[in-house]
Design a protein around this ligand. Structure first.
Ligand code: MCN
Length: 817
């Protein structure tokens, strides 16, 4: 664990609720989204996509489409051959993971409805789209693998040539890892002497549903090939293009202009980007493609989609003794860039804030004929948090105690930090007691429990439910060494540059790539404080591999804790560089120079110079110390020593109409610990957005395929992204225990709200109707599901969908690690 720097800074900016610099242009639309980019001679692409989930392509007739007005060309896989590129998988979770070759456009067989089979090139986007209808594709339909639990038993094969749907089997066992005891022994003991809670939960498939559809422009006509893309990961896109095509990185410029949201859904190097790149180079012209909303929903990657089998052991007093997790995770039809690793991220979070003495996690990843899955806000951690927080409520119910009682008995006490968990992580700081006390007070926990009791007693048709979630998460991806030990194909560092300009203004370059998070504002606040310059004088540049050549982009709530720390280090180097100049100009020795809040002064005197004065002196270079280079800029690349662990207590009250099954949110309170808050306005915004997405999983959203593998929730009419009208006003507060692993003491916030809120809401729904014998309602808790659960007295609640029971797996089934 590293140590907090003690450099004196005067925090004028950090902690201020500054309105976001970037919002003026974002909110008024005075910016260039990728789709607004128009270049001379630019042509447009539209994709012909498979209507079938699984089919052989027997013939493609492009004659009519090619003859259509304004159509220039139609390409199939046969036309493009190897030049179409190949999608990369950057995370083989086991050495023998089955990873089918993933072409942007397969020539022989389609494996999900929405896969690209041909590309139309036309003078206008409208002409390209119209001509898509004229491409005649003959398919021979094949049986489609659509049920996760059946797929795990190879009933129908998603890729018949693989001979199995099983991609990889991954295991963590505390006894083997030396972090805890034997889980089976703990469960056996609890069966005779204690309590065992066994449940199966389903994490429905979700769609990231970012506001700006994916869009890409490639211009091959300059000295470099320039790609503009609505992506979260310009550096990773550049790497993938360079690594697989042989075009040097210096000849590829990837620009992520303002990007309208991603939520993990834009961390892919996509088939569409590949095809735009390939066709632009082939034609020697700029090419643009922007997807429609339906294409976005069907063909951008999806998230979640797991079955979880959980066995939790405890003593009769409610002390946890063991946890066993068996997961099935649907990969969709390919292993996406980090798709196989998403459930593995969850492996470290099922134990959450609790002191389990024994733990085992196994995961089988499984192919299907659906869109491929990958990171969606939280990536593995919301699934784990949901499971454990639901189980804790079930344990409390079994023991007849308040849900907080079992949590308090088992959580890590604040004086026990740093704490090494049974999953092998070292939590550096936290205070679950304080966050909980504050949340209960804000919620009026006792008052609402009394109301609940009264409503139950009176038999009110509208019942009150109270849900708790005392979550933590690991974020700030991540220490490269740890990622390496998990076989992740990249590092976890981040890079920054700080340049003091002659004018006294500051240019900051970050390798993070914001797509809605407000980095320009928060990063300006950090640098303004450290350099003692006005906030307005700091400009943050990002999202362009030419301007920011080094970076690993934005995901995993890493930008502040990793990128922000790189920024701190680069800023400190600038200060160190300025010190000898100050000493020289003030005719003092370097040892006598003190720095505080933008001013260098001679100890014990009034003499001093501001950093802007020094920047001016360095620029003119008339009077510098011998050998001093005349620049006041610096770079830093930072690799963290640990993840960081935000946590919080979330409390939700819902009203359930027992006659209609309708669930209404009544109150939502959360107290989060994200360490030092740089910008409270941004943090609140992140939590509000995060909560909305987590609540959406609990109550509204689900990607539904029909029996033939067609996505029926293929528009925003069917895929229910909540609007502001569906939400209530959230009451949020912070309790801060600074992280010990970075200078600023910060912890990430980008995913916290999503991770915490889903179980809080479902716990509340179950709490409201438990009196009818219900102990689970499958997500999303629609009125129909809630009503049916009440009517059936809880029968079949865990599994209202048809399909096989969840099978058991072990090492022998899927391959070794
Ligand atoms: N912040 C702060 N104080 C803290 C923690 C964070 O002021 N203690 C600020 C940061 O400076 C940054 C913002 O909060 O401006 C989010 O920071 P961080 O937690 O580092 O997350 P990232 O910037 O790395 O963003 C990624 C994260 C993820 S993983 C998803 S998914 C997500 C999210 O951010 N997708 C988003 N928030 C989103 N917000 C928008 N508008 N759009 C998305 O697609």
């Amino acid at each position: 664990m590293t140590v907090v720097d003690d450099r004196p800074t005067v925090a004028k900016e950090v902690g201020q609720a500054r309105a976001r610099k970037e919002d003026q242009r974002l909110i008024t639309g005075r910016t260039k989204w990728t789709d607004n980019i128009t270049l001379n001679g630019m042509v447009h692409l539209a994709m012909v996509r498979s209507p079938y989930a699984h089919a052989n392509i027997t013939a493609i007739n492009t004659t009519e489409a090619k003859a259509a007005e304004n159509v220039l060309q139609v390409y199939t896989a046969a036309d493009l051959g190897d030049s179409q590129g190949v999608l990369i998988n950057a995370w083989a979770i086991t050495p023998d993971q089955k990873t089918p070759v993933h072409l942007p456009m397969p020539g022989d067989r389609v494996t999900f409805a929405g896969e690209i089979v041909a590309v139309v090139v036309a003078r206008t986007a409208a002409a390209a789209r119209d001509a898509v209808q004229l491409v005649d594709v003959d398919y021979e339909e094949l049986p489609a693998a659509l049920d996760l639990r059946e797929n795990a038993q190879d009933k129908v094969l998603a890729h018949p040539d693989l001979g199995t749907n099983k991609s990889a089997f991954w295991k963590f066992d505390s006894e083997e890892a030396g972090t805890g005891g034997n889980v089976d022994a703990a469960i056996d003991k609890a069966r005779t002497e204690g309590v065992v809670i066994e449940r199966e939960y389903r994490q429905q498939r979700l769609i990231p549903a970012f506001m700006e559809p994916r869009s890409c422009v490639v211009d091959p006509t300059g000295d470099q090939i320039t790609m503009w893309s609505a992506t979260q990961v310009p550096h990773i896109v550049r790497f993938a293009l360079a690594a697989t095509t042989g075009v040097p990185e210096s000849k590829i410029r990837v620009i992520a202009p303002d990007v309208g949201g991603g939520f993990g859904g834009k961390l892919q190097v996509t088939p569409e980007e590949w095809l735009v790149w390939c066709i632009a180079r082939r034609l020697g012209k700029p090419v643009k493609y922007t997807e429609t909303r339906s294409e976005s929903l069907m063909a951008a990657h999806h998230g979640r989609d797991q079955w979880q089998k959980l066995t939790m052991a405890a003593t009769k007093d409610g002390i946890l003794t063991g946890l066993k997790v068996e997961l099935l995770a649907d990969l969709g039809s390919y292993v996406a860039i980090v798709g196989g690793g998403v459930p593995v991220l969850g492996a470290f979070m099922f134990n959450a804030i609790y002191k389990f003495p024994a733990y085992q996690f196994t995961c089988q990843t499984v192919f299907s004929n659906k869109a491929w899955t990958d990171a969606y806000r939280g990536a593995g951690r919301p699934e784990a948090t949901f499971a454990i927080e639901r189980l804790m409520d079930e344990l409390a119910n079994e023991l007849g105690v308040d849900p907080f009682e079992v949590r308090e008995k088992n959580w890590i006490k604040h004086e026990e930090f740093p704490f090494t968990t049974v999953a092998g992580l070292e939590y550096d700081s936290g205070n679950y007691e304080a966050a909980t006390a504050r949340a209960k007070e804000m919620f009026d926990y006792d008052g609402l429990r009394a109301e609940q009791k009264a409503r139950r007693a009176s038999g009110d048709s509208v019942q009150l439910g109270i849900g708790v979630s005392t979550f933590t998460e690991m974020c700030g991806l991540a220490p490269s060494r740890v990622l390496g030990s998990l076989n992740y194909g990249a590092g976890g560092w981040e890079s920054a540059s700080v340049r003091m300009l002659a004018t006294g203004k500051v240019e900051v370059v970050t390798g993070a790539s914001a797509h809605g998070q407000g980095h320009e504002t928060a990063f300006s606040q950090i640098v303004a404080d450290r350099l003692g310059v006005p906030f307005e004088d700091v400009e943050v540049l990002h999202g362009d591999t030419q301007i920011a050549p080094k970076g690993l982009d934005t995901y995993g709530s890493r930008s502040l804790v990793v990128g922000g720390e790189a920024l701190v280090k680069a800023t400190d180097k600038v200060i160190e560089k300025a010190k000898p100049v100050a000493a020289h100009l003030l005719e003092a020795s370097v040892e006598d120079i003190e720095y505080s809040a933008g001013r260098f002064s001679v100890k014990g005197t009034e003499q001093g110079l501001s950093i802007q004065e020094i920047a001016g002196a360095v620029f003119v270079a008339h009077n510098l110390p011998d050998g001093m280079e005349p620049t006041l800029d610096s770079d830093a690349t930072y690799d963290p020593v640990n993840f960081n662990y935000p946590h919080g207590t979330h409390l939700c009250a819902v009203e359930v109409d027992t006659e209609t099954g309708e669930v209404k949110m009544r109150k939502y309170v959360c107290v989060d610990d994200v360490g030092t808050v740089i910008n409270p306005l941004i943090v609140s915004g992140q939590i509000h957005g995060g909560l909305t997405q987590g609540i959406a999983q609990a109550l509204f959203e689900e990607a539904v395929y029909d029996d033939s593998g067609t996505l029926v929730s293929g528009s925003f009419v069917d895929y229910l992204v909540p609007t502001a009208a569906d939400m209530i006003s959230f009451d949020i507060d912070h309790h801060s225990t600074p992280s010990l692993t970075n200078t600023l003491g910060t912890k990430g916030v980008g995913e916290a709200g999503t991770i915490a809120s889903t179980p809080a809401v479902v716990n509340a729904v179950v709490d409201a109707i438990r009196q009818f014998g219900v102990d689970d309602v499958q997500m999303p808790c629609t009125p129909e599901r809630v009503w049916k659960a009440i009517q059936s007295g809880g029968a079949n609640q865990s599994d209202p969908t048809e399909g096989a029971a969840m099978p058991h797996f072990d090492e022998s089934e899927g391959g070794a690690q």
